[in-house]
Ligand binder design. Structure first.
Ligand SMILES: [Zn+2]
Length: 624
């Protein structure tokens, strides 16, 4: 859940507004004299069901808690977020502007230091006599000089103070070198080179800046691979080795292959498979997935079959556990479903890593690469396999463990055909009656619904607003605009008012002023950046991605629907108000139903848009 959603879920609009305005109960809702314009009769309303407010008087405007605070306190979105997050007790890691500025300077310095270190290590590898064993090693691994130069591989010599002396000689301070992670501090306060007698892999971000290093031991030293520690510019969990050189190919192939080893990346690129990157660290994490998702919605995780004494599947399952939000699998599949099931798993042949596989392929038949890629298994199949692999499916205990593990995943599948397919598979794997599974699934869903229902009904926690905060139509429209900026011409009729959620409204407003996504990102607060990235990752069906006219028509429909929604909302609010006046009230029951519908909306929207298009074209041709 994003910080924004978290804040929205913890705070109640009635509570927030009533700190500024004296609210009066009006049926199910609240009213007051508008705090933004002067008036005699109250036309400012707060709607707890929708967690929104609206002034039907001179302002004619409304929104959520964020827009209320922005307007009332006269602050921007980031400041409103900070204020409300403080109120809600949600921690934020955004720094205030001056600190940020100082930090930016510090970052720049660290990039500079890393560049200098990378160049130095590279020079040593190519020229120094003491680097001969390292040169032999890369030659044995079949790396060409071109690859070594392209990736700026290097060698860190044996000494304790080589890089330290070199960089100090260039004018850098010891503290800066420590901050860059190039030195390690001793207890007595002195320091020494972190990387010694190691082959050096500079790790770069998407913009090609050196953010850290991986060092491979050339003797029996442990660990075999040593990485830079976490620094201001290096976060292991959000970096992908080779991303700077792979991003174009990932976009062009519309596929990213993520592997475990740096060497795999080098070999793959050397042989022309340039859409390969590696995660640094022991497991791939969600952040890394998100980064590559920005470039392509199709991902293949290439996993070694044989790793450190553990069975392939169990190890990968463990890896999966780590990258999944709790409960295991649940969040992941939701994510996958939302993005049209495009994450696949490729288990490499026993005893081989990607590096070997590619070299074998070159000897045999390069078409085999395509075949290998085509053999990658969808994530869900993989989860099925790995969940059951360690279990004894003849024992009743293990059967129920398997059902318990996989049921939430099945319940989460929105496509009934897909669900039926996997129900059948599970029944077959466990040798149990499919009807029993269907029945269990139904029960599971009922309990889940009841569980969610009771949380919604709990008046102490204003959790019932999840539907509102996710606004699928707004996000669909924004994702489309952000991913296809040329659609701007279709969106001229949209105003910020069409976006009820402040985070969407903010993105829309900022994007409208500057439609260059990379510039837009720079202008955003971290939290909004995250929101932006989620929208940029959103996958569209091929009918949208491959066809410009469908895309334009879809955008037109989005605009119509947003306009329609706004009018309808206003209309219904008005009606509600009239009803209050007539002392009827009581429209709270629909919420649980809404929640269910909300999840379906995105899917239905797509159908509606395509249908509308069809109709419109038909209408056009009928007229002609
Ligand atoms: Zn007003």
């Amino acid at each position: 859940m994003s910080v924004i959603d978290d804040v929205k879920q913890r705070l109640d609009v009635v509570q927030v507004v009533s700190e500024y305005v004296k609210l009066q109960k009006a049926g199910h809702n609240y009213k007051a004299a508008c705090p933004f314009h002067s008036e005699k009769n109250p036309s400012f309303f707060v709607f707890p069901d929708k967690q929104s407010w609206h002034c039907f008087g001179a302002c004619g405007t409304g929104g959520d808690i964020f827009s209320f605070i922005m307007k009332k306190e006269g602050v921007d979105f980031a400041q409103a977020l900070r204020l409300l997050a403080g109120k809600a007790g949600v921690p934020l890691d955004t720094k205030v502007a001056p600190e940020k500025q100082a930090q930016n300077k510090e970052r720049e310095k660290l990039y500079e230091i890393n560049e200098a270190a990378a160049a130095y290590y590279h020079h040593i590898l190519l020229n120094a006599s003491e680097a001969a064993p390292a040169r032999n090693y890369v030659a044995e691994r079949g790396l060409s000089l071109e690859t070594i130069k392209n990736f700026q591989l290097g060698f860190a010599p044996e000494g304790w103070e080589t890089i330290k002396k070199y960089l100090k000689g260039k004018g850098y301070e010891e503290k800066q070198l420590l901050d860059a992670g190039l030195l390690v501090k001793r207890d007595d306060g002195s320091s020494y080179d972190r990387f010694r007698n190691r082959l050096i892999f500079p790790i770069r971000n998407g913009q090609g800046q050196a953010i850290g290093f991986g060092g491979r031991a050339l003797d029996d030293s442990l660990p075999k691979y040593l990485n830079s520690p976490q620094t201001l510019i290096y976060d292991k969990s959000s970096s992908l080795y080779g991303i700077d050189r792979a991003k174009t190919a990932i976009r062009e192939n519309d596929l990213a292959i993520i592997t475990e080893g740096y060497m795999d990346v080098l070999t793959a690129h050397q042989y022309g498979y340039k859409n390969v990157v590696a995660f640094s660290g022991t497991s791939i994490v969600d952040k890394q997935i998100v980064i590559s998702k920005i470039l392509s919605r199709n991902l293949i995780l290439a996993l070694d079959a044989d790793a450190a004494g553990e069975g392939a599947v169990s190890r990968s399952a463990e890896m999966l556990d780590k990258m999944l939000p709790v409960p295991p699998f649940y969040g992941w599949v939701k994510y996958e479903d939302a993005h049209k099931a495009e994450v696949k798993i490729l288990i490499l042949p026993q005893g081989k890593d990607l590096d070997d596989v590619i070299k074998d392929l070159i000897k045999e038949d390069s078409l085999k690469w395509q075949k290998l890629i085509a053999d990658a298994k969808p994530m869900v199949d993989f989860i099925f396999q790995s969940s059951i692999a360690k279990l004894d499916t003849t024992s009743s205990r293990d059967k129920s463990i398997a059902v318990e593990r996989l049921l939430p995943l099945l319940a989460e599948m929105k496509d009934p055909l897909r669900q039926a397919h996997y129900l059948e598979r599970l029944a077959h794997l466990l040798k149990i009656d499919e009807h029993f599974l269907i029945d269990t699934l139904r029960k599971f869903r009922t309990t889940e619904r009841r569980r969610r229902g009771t949380t919604s009904a709990n008046s102490l926690a204003p959790v019932a607003v999840t539907v509102v905060s996710s606004s699928p139509l707004e996000q669909y429209c924004l994702a489309l605009l952000l991913q296809y900026p040329e659609l701007k011409s279709e969106s001229t009729e949209l105003s910020p008012e069409h976006f009820e959620n402040t985070e969407n409204r903010e993105l829309f407003t900022k994007w409208y002023d500057c439609d260059d996504v990379s510039k837009l990102e720079d202008s955003l607060d971290n939290i909004l950046k995250e929101h932006l990235n989620n929208l940029l990752c959103r996958a569209f069906p091929s009918i949208i991605t491959d066809n410009e006219s469908v895309r334009r028509a879809t955008m037109e429909d989005c605009v119509i629907r947003l306009q329609e929604r706004r009018l309808r909302n206003l209309e219904s609010q008005m009606q509600e108000l009239l009803a209050i006046e007539a002392e009827i009230g009581g429209a709270a029951a629909g919420l649980a139903k809404l929640e269910e519908q909300g999840l379906e909306i995105t899917k239905q929207l797509q159908d509606v848009f395509i249908r509308q298009n069809h109709r419109r074209r038909q209408v056009k041709s009928d007229v002609q």
